[in-house]
Design a protein around this ligand. Structure first.
Ligand SMILES: [Zn+2]
Length: 289
């Protein structure tokens, strides 16, 4: 009788523990699924000028980045199956209320955005070396977002000279550039009148579209914005929404589409000359806030 009770008890105990174990595994799988679904990240990097080993130290600015490290970074991303998004793709697949379904060819890729502000000539020249080389080697086109100040196109700058409209047309024709707006004259939009803000926003869009006229058959140029100096406030955001579908900040955060509430405050990560290649890769992997 005692033995019978013991064996009954042990059978019940085994069942209990087995059921607990199954519940634990199921809970773990559900948590993992929720975690994976809701923490999708789209790291958006913001570069400026690009220098190489021959550039004199006096000409290198804090927000510049080395050509050699940039090339290594992009090459690693290509090898690691990243999807280089345009701003329109970020909007369509991750930000819009009416999101499009991600095409099958991109489903297994990791999304990332590589952007360049201010449209510097040295960035254009080096990218036009790096990008065709990567395409030839890996048969993959790396898309670069350029946030442009049309008022400076082809002009000398305080720090670096600016790429011309013809330069931008070249990169666009070859399928490497996504050309978007950074304001007409790189004004801090929080420090000028709202009338001037409106003019900075509208003129930049008009001039950028005019530069790409007859090439931009899909109307993809100048629909998205990056605030000069990353500076914005509620009034600036409201005016930006009059002309653009989305706008990017600099807040050192990785874009988590699930948590975004404001299309005019899209997160971006700054890159400067001291950012190591390892740090870029860590951030590209989403291991950063
Ligand atoms: Zn800028």
């Amino acid at each position: 009788m005692i033995n019978f009770k013991l064996s009954l008890f042990s059978t019940l105990a085994v069942r209990f523990w087995f059921r607990l174990f199954l519940d634990f595994i199921l809970g773990l799988l559900v948590s993992l699924f929720i975690f994976k679904t809701f923490t999708l990240v789209v790291p958006v990097f913001g570069f400026h000028g690009i220098f190489d080993t021959e550039t004199p130290l006096s000409e290198i600015r804090v927000y510049d980045y080395s050509k050699q490290q940039l090339k290594a970074f992009l090459e690693n991303l290509v090898q690691d199956n990243y999807w280089f998004l345009s701003t329109q793709e970020v909007y369509d697949y991750f930000l819009s209320q009416d999101k499009k379904v991600i095409p099958p060819e991109h489903k297994k890729e990791k999304p990332i955005v590589i952007s360049f502000d201010d449209g510097y000539k040295n960035a254009h020249d080096h990218l036009m070396e790096i990008l065709p080389e990567l395409e030839k080697r890996y048969n993959k086109k790396v898309k670069i977002v350029f946030f442009i100040n049309p008022g400076f196109m082809g002009k000398e700058g305080t720090y670096h000279n600016h790429a011309s409209c013809q330069d931008l047309r070249e990169g666009f024709t070859q399928g490497y550039y996504d050309l978007q707006s950074h304001g007409q004259n790189h004004e801090n939009l929080t420090k000028i009148s709202l009338t001037k803000v409106d003019s900075e926003l509208s003129r930049a869009q008009k001039d950028l579209k005019a530069c790409l006229e007859n090439l931009d058959t899909k109307g993809e140029v100048g629909n998205h914005f990056a605030y000069p100096y990353g500076a914005a406030n509620k009034e600036v955001e409201k005016l930006t929404a009059k002309y653009y579908q989305s706008s990017y900040l600099y807040n050192s955060r990785i874009l988590r589409p699930f948590t975004i509430k404001d299309l005019y405050r899209v997160s971006r990560l700054t890159v400067n000359r001291k950012t190591s290649l390892q740090m870029l890769q860590l951030k590209a992997g989403g291991n950063w806030f």
